[in-house]
Design a protein. Structure first.
Length: 524
């Protein structure tokens, strides 16, 4: 009857286990490379960082757009008959004022210069008719072309709002690119840590299952002795209690495994993935590794050359330096150099309402002749000058310069703090890797010794020279030794990942390139 009950109970356990496996989905083999690829493709933080980089890139283009030339066009038509309180109003006889009708058009090209100045090229043309007796030409065609240049010599010579905007946006893009790279590094590191954590959890479950099997075997041997009369029935209590304790540890290990799976799924699956969330992930890559020495000085040097956090700090320092330079520039008085040059054209027909001498041949003609006069250059004007603005106290500008300089120093101090933190991280990671490597050999030796001790104890138990307590103790020693070895191997892989992250070489070692354009797909 007892044998029948045990058989039914075992069958029920198997059925329940199968039902649980079917409820959680089929197994899905997963390599480390695949886990990293999925994490880089599905991680929401990377998607957000790429959007930030895209926005920062657009901001650079927008800031540089201040140097795009601006084309200005205008055209007017006007008629006027305004009274003039003068003996020389030019009004026809019997009229209160002369009537003037005109049409005019102009074009200008405005260009900011990298030196802080501005250059404007312009041209205008007009046609005017009048019945006033003082006008010599009607219709008259006037044309004009010219250029004006304004160049700051003190304030805004080294830094102006447009150049500040470009420097800020470029620093912002550098910061966003470094932030994206840091996010990729941390995503890869998190995926590796989660992968090896899942692998360790699965191995731990196997160890707990083996421990349960050993306890069942020990309970079976003890039961055989009791049934044969070689041992009292009270001897069954100890292996039975140990079996239930180990089953509790197995249940806890399975829960840990489920949580480890969920941690990895959170990194590699998106919300739109339905079936993968129910699958049971099975790591394919082995945690077996060879311990390698650690070059701490070289690791420190690589970290101070490669960590994206340093580029973030440098970008912030560059932004603050640009702001400080702009604020210092505002303390200077404004002294601008001004220069302009114009050419004019004037042609037309004799005004019928104006008596007088015949027109000079040079003034006769239409709009084309007026344009030709621009090329001749006979009618022109040139101007040069200086414009000075001298603030008496300028306290606001001086205060803004002091505030900006303080912000620059703060950014430099923050960068120094980042460098110190990186040094500490590298040293911690190197120490962790060295310690993990030492633990591997000790764990392997302990595992081998535990196997030998258990085998010897079981032989003694078989000939009646040992007890359940000693055999179960040796079994627990073996389980702990196996778990210690799994932990040491897993910790070593995790420590290697952490050292590669701390030194800034993780992406290079994994062959991962960061595509900075947000429209180029994944990062691998």
């Amino acid at each position: 009857m007892k044998i029948l009950v045990r058989s039914i109970t075992g069958a029920l356990v198997v059925v329940a286990s199968l039902l649980a496996e079917n409820a959680t989905g089929a197994e899905r083999p997963l390599t480390l490379a695949e886990a990293i690829t999925l994490a880089l493709a599905k991680n929401e933080r990377l998607l957000i960082e790429r959007e930030d980089l895209g926005a920062a890139t657009a901001a650079v283009s927008g800031a540089r757009g201040a140097y795009d030339p601006r084309l200005l066009l205008d055209g007017t038509w006007a008629t006027a008959k305004e009274p003039v309180n003068s003996e020389f109003s030019g009004a026809p006889a019997g009229e209160l004022a002369a009537e003037v009708r005109s049409s005019e058009a102009g074009v200008a090209l405005h260009q900011l210069l990298p030196t802080g100045g501005a250059l404007t090229l312009y041209g205008r043309g007009a046609r005017e008719t009048t019945d006033g007796v003082l006008a010599r030409l009607s219709p008259a065609y006037t044309t004009r072309i010219g250029a004006t240049l304004r160049q700051p010599l003190l304030r805004r010579r080294s830094m102006d709002p447009e150049r500040l905007a470009v420097r800020r946006s470029e620093a912002g893009r550098r910061f966003a690119a470094a932030s994206l790279r840091r996010a990729v590094v941390e995503t890869v590191a998190a995926a590796e840590q989660a992968y090896w954590g899942l692998s360790a959890s699965r191995l731990a479950v196997h160890v707990r299952e083996e421990a349960v099997r050993l306890a069942e075997d020990q309970l079976g041997e003890t039961r055989t002795r009791v049934e044969s009369g070689a041992a009292p029935e009270t001897d069954l209590a100890e292996p039975r209690a140990e079996l239930e304790r180990r089953r509790g540890e197995l249940f806890a290990a399975r829960e840990t495994l489920a949580r480890s799976e969920n941690d990895l799924k959170l990194l590699i699956f998106s919300d739109r993935d339905q079936e993968p969330w129910l699958a049971r992930l099975v790591p394919v890559d082995s945690v077996t590794i060879d311990v390698a020495p650690v070059d701490v000085p070289a690791s420190l040097e690589r970290a101070l050359d490669s960590r994206p956090e340093l580029e973030e700090g440098l970008a912030l320092v560059d932004r603050r330096r640009a702001e400080s330079a702009f604020a210092r520039d505002g303390v200077w008085p404004a002294l601008d150099a001004l220069a302009s040059y114009d050419r004019f054209g004037l042609t037309g027909s004799a005004n019928p309402a104006a008596p007088g001498e015949p027109l000079p041949p040079a003034l006769g003609g239409g709009l084309g002749r007026s344009l030709d006069m621009l090329g001749d250059g006979d009618l022109h004007a040139a101007r040069v000058g200086l414009a000075l603005e001298l603030p008496v106290l300028n306290r606001t500008a001086r205060a803004e310069a002091a505030i900006a300089r303080s912000g620059e120093r703060q950014a430099e101090i923050a960068l120094e703090r980042v460098r110190k933190g990186i040094r500490a991280e590298v040293l911690d990671a190197a120490a962790g890797l060295i310690t993990a490597g030492q633990r591997i050999e000790a764990a392997r030796s302990g595992h081998a010794a535990a196997v030998i001790q258990l085998a010897a104890e079981r032989e003694k138990f078989g000939i009646g020279l040992s007890t359940n307590f000693l055999v179960l103790t040796r079994q627990n020693d073996l389980s702990r030794a196996r778990l210690d070895e799994i932990s040491a191997l897993t910790d070593y892989r995790a420590a290697r990942t952490e050292l590669a992250r701390a030194t800034g070489t993780l992406l290079e070692e994994r062959g991962i390139e960061v595509e900075e354009s947000k429209n180029r797909g994944g990062s691998r």
